[in-house]
Design a protein around this ligand. Structure first.
Ligand code: ADP
Ligand code: ZN
Length: 217
């Protein structure tokens, strides 16, 4: 399966894809995670992308594409992948087209108000990147990751000003991709979030069931 999980920042791409990863037996490629890790390690890539990530601006397409190609080379032969945070522009989608044919788009449709509420209370594990929310998806022990015991932290771009910028960038640069893939007749599995405290599991089950119907899981 070659798939894209698509939606605004805070729509739950990371939350759902990590939950589906094992069930699907695919590699999840999360662009934001790759960039944050490179910034943390202060690598050459990290130096290039830091200022963009901090402002919530898009990293230039050529840089992103290079990273994607390198990461795709590491996907074992015959294994599928799920892209989280790529493509984010039409140009990125065009480039992707010459690399792989996408089977399905997992679309997360979440109202802005819910996104802002979620992102301002989101926390991540420093060690494994697992996503929590101190209001809506609490860890069992405060401040600690359920999976690995790692310390939870708040992303520097999860503050209201940067969130608004990320949403703006999403609307102008990324949302047109819906039209783009509709025109290409790529199948969509649409998930609509209606309340801020909706647990992820039913949606994961819905997506798994739809993927099975399509012969992709
Ligand atoms: P979000 O919660 O906003 O979806 P991500 O973790 O996916 O966050 O991405 C964090 C940041 O990394 C983005 O705001 C952007 O600066 C950069 N980034 C991630 N993916 C891409 C991409 N495909 N193209 C350009 N920039 C990207
Ligand atoms: Zn962890």
């Amino acid at each position: 399966m070659k798939a894209i999980i698509f939606g605004a920042p805070g729509a739950g791409k990371g939350t759902y894809s990590t939950r589906m990863q094992n069930q699907l037996g695919v590699d999840v490629i999360a662009m934001g995670d790759i960039f944050r890790e490179s910034v943390k390690q202060n690598t050459e890539l990290g130096k290039k992308v830091k200022s963009y990530v901090e402002k919530g601006a898009l990293v230039p397409d050529e840089v992103v594409l290079e990273v994607l190609k390198d990461r795709l080379k590491k996907v074992p032969k015959g294994k599928g992948f799920l892209l989280d945070g790529f493509p984010r522009t039409i140009a990125q989608a065009e480039s992707l087209q010459s690399i792989a044919k996408i089977d399905v788009i997992l679309m997360l449709d979440v109202p802005d108000q819910i996104i802002i509420e979620r992102l301002t209370s989101r926390r991540l594990c420093k060690s494994c990147g697992a996503v929590y929310n101190i209001r809506f998806l609490k860890p069992k022990v405060e401040g600690k990751c359920d999976k690995c015991g790692g310390e939870l932290y708040q992303r520097s771009d999860d503050n209201e000003a940067v969130i608004r910028n990320r949403l703006q960038v999403y609307k102008t640069q990324t949302e047109p991709l819906v039209e783009y893939y509709r025109k290409k007749n790529t199948p969509f599995i649409v998930n609509v979030t209606k309340s801020v405290d909706q647990p992820p599991e039913p949606m994961v089950e819905h997506m798994m069931a739809e993927l099975k119907k399509m012969g992709l899981a």
